[in-house]
Every structure is written in C-alpha cells, then in structure tokens.
Design a protein around this ligand. Structure first.
Ligand SMILES: [Zn+2]
Length: 307
C-alpha cells in the first residue's frame, strides 16, 4: 500500500498539511497518492450498547465502548466493554424492558463485590460498569467502594451511571473513574464539579435529552458539563447508542451540544479519538472548523474508500 497524502491531517490538536498516512502510521512524506479532504484518527463513541444496535452499520465510527451488556454477546463487538451492569438487588436497569437478558449482575455485599469484579474481568472486560440510580435500590457506600477497589486492583476503570440526588457524590467518593452520562437531574454543587474535574472523565450523552429539542434536562446537563470542562475535566464523546432514536453513527446533534457546553471543535475531536490511526476517519470535503458548520462536517466522516 502506498502512502496517502490528504489535503489535511489532524495531528497534535490541529489540521496539518504535509503529513501522510499508511497502514496505521502517520509520517512526513511528500510522495504517494493524493487524497482529497481530511484524515483524522479513528472516531469513537464511548457509550453504546452493542446488543441493541448493528455495529457493522455505524457510519463514521471506528468503534464503540459497550457500557453494559451480556459478555457472551458484546465481546468482540466493541473496542472496550464492561460486561454486565453491576447493580443493587432489584436496582436499575434490571427493572427496564430494554435491559437484555444477562446484562445485569446483582451485588449482594462487600464480599460479593470482589467476586462480581472477578467475574467481569475473567470474561475479558476492560471496564467495570456500576449503576447508582436514586429512583430505586442503590448499593451501600461500602459496597460501591469495594467494587471500585476490586476493579482498580485489576487495573480496570470504573464507569458509573449516576442518576438522581447524591449519586454523583457517591460515585466520586467511592473513587470511580468515569460517569456514563453528564449529570442531568440537577445543577451540581460547584465544589463537587471541581472535585470531579480533578480526577474523572465524563462521557457526554447530551443529546439523549430531547434528541435535538431544548429540554430542561439538556440545559442542566450542558451547564454541568460547561463547568466540568472549565475546571479541566476530561470529556469523552458518547451518545448511549442503542437507547432511543439516535443516528447510527456520528451524531451531529451531540457535537452541537458539546459546542454549546463551551468545547471548541479541537476539544470535540480530542473527546472522540484515542489518537489511534489503525482505522482513520476520512472527511472527503475537508474538515470545516467553523463552529456553525463543524458538527455536520465531522458527521460526514467515513472510512477511506476508493483508493
Ligand atoms: Zn447506556
């Protein structure tokens, strides 16, 4: 395979010229085959449920993280995956119709927390997903902390679905690494947002609130994410693919909401990539960094074809 020479290539947080790509490698090169438009590292949705979607039909994404599913089904469908939701007995989402069989594992005690994490790790998961939903049974603080400790012993990051009063603080205090959603049920205390920004990554999922319509929850989530980002928190693009009417691929509405939260186009690209060049994204018309046109421009990305 020859070097491909795109008009521009995303590198070190900006569009560059004079860089070439070949088989996963980026290099300075001036000889090769011209390619119109822009090449970017692979674009990732960090919140999906691959049991509920066709992963082979996701336009523009090089992969997804599966944040809750049956390991026997989701293994091999995601770049990273969490296996079952670890939940309080009877807790969310075991009470929801969309939760597929085998996607929840009740955690009964501190001792059982270690066993639950060991099961997830043995199945091959690279993330641990825990739910803290104030609308139903929630795990005691000691059990939540035991889950996080067991996961960290095995070097597995913990992603928490935190929903409702006190749940974000509980996730933070237990030592969790990521939130599966930007908090949306209330405007968080500033000290808590600042504390989270010092240590956590929040996965955005802003568009699930209204799917393009203004809603109070969307405004609350955008306000929380704005402060989290201003305090230096790490944001990852994620849409909860599989739940609700979301486009099967890059979601321009999610990108627009991230811009509304104060992220720049460069911040959005950073939130969508792991700088992995194995499966680059190609924007044939060239990536447009004008904030008004950027969401649709990036959402037009796809795999390299026709070379
Ligand atoms: Zn989800």
């Amino acid at each position: 395979m020859t070097w491909l020479l795109p008009d521009t290539l995303w590198h070190d947080g900006a569009l560059r010229t004079g860089l070439a790509w070949r088989a996963g490698v980026v290099s300075l090169s001036s000889s090769g085959q011209r390619l119109s438009g822009t090449l970017l590292p692979g674009l990732v949705d960090a919140h999906a449920h691959t049991q509920l979607i066709d992963v082979t039909a996701l336009r523009g994404l090089s992969g997804v993280w599966d944040l809750g599913g049956n390991p026997a089904v989701v293994a091999g469908q995601a770049l990273r995956w969490a296996g079952p939701f670890l939940i309080a007995p009877g807790g969310y989402p075991s009470d929801r119709s969309w939760a597929p069989a085998g996607s929840c594992r009740e955690v009964l005690s501190v001792t059982d927390a270690e066993a639950a994490v060991a099961e997830v790790a043995a199945a091959g998961a690279t993330l641990v997903k825990v739910t803290a939903h104030a609308g139903g049974p929630v795990l005691p603080a000691a059990t939540l902390a035991a889950l996080v400790d067991a996961a960290h012993t095995l070097r597995l990051p913990v992603v928490v679905h935190a929903e409702g009063p006190g749940t974000v603080a509980a996730a933070y205090e237990a030592g969790a690494d990521l939130l599966a959603h930007t908090p949306w049920t209330s405007s968080l205390d500033d000290g808590l947002v600042r504390a989270c920004a010092g240590r956590m990554t929040w996965i955005s999922t802003l568009d699930i609130h209204g799917y393009g319509e203004e809603t109070p929850a969307r405004g609350t989530a955008i306000g929380n994410l704005r402060r989290f980002a201003e305090y230096g928190g790490t944001v990852r693009y994620g849409t909860d693919l599989g739940n609700g009417p979301l486009p099967p691929g890059i979601n321009a509405r999610e990108i627009r909401a991230l811009l509304a939260a104060g992220l720049t186009p460069a911040d959005v690209v950073a939130a969508m990539t792991d700088n992995d060049w194995a499966a680059p994204a190609w924007v044939p018309a060239g990536l447009d960094l004008d904030p008004g046109r950027f969401p649709e421009s990036l959402a037009a990305a796809g795999p390299i074809v026709g070379t």
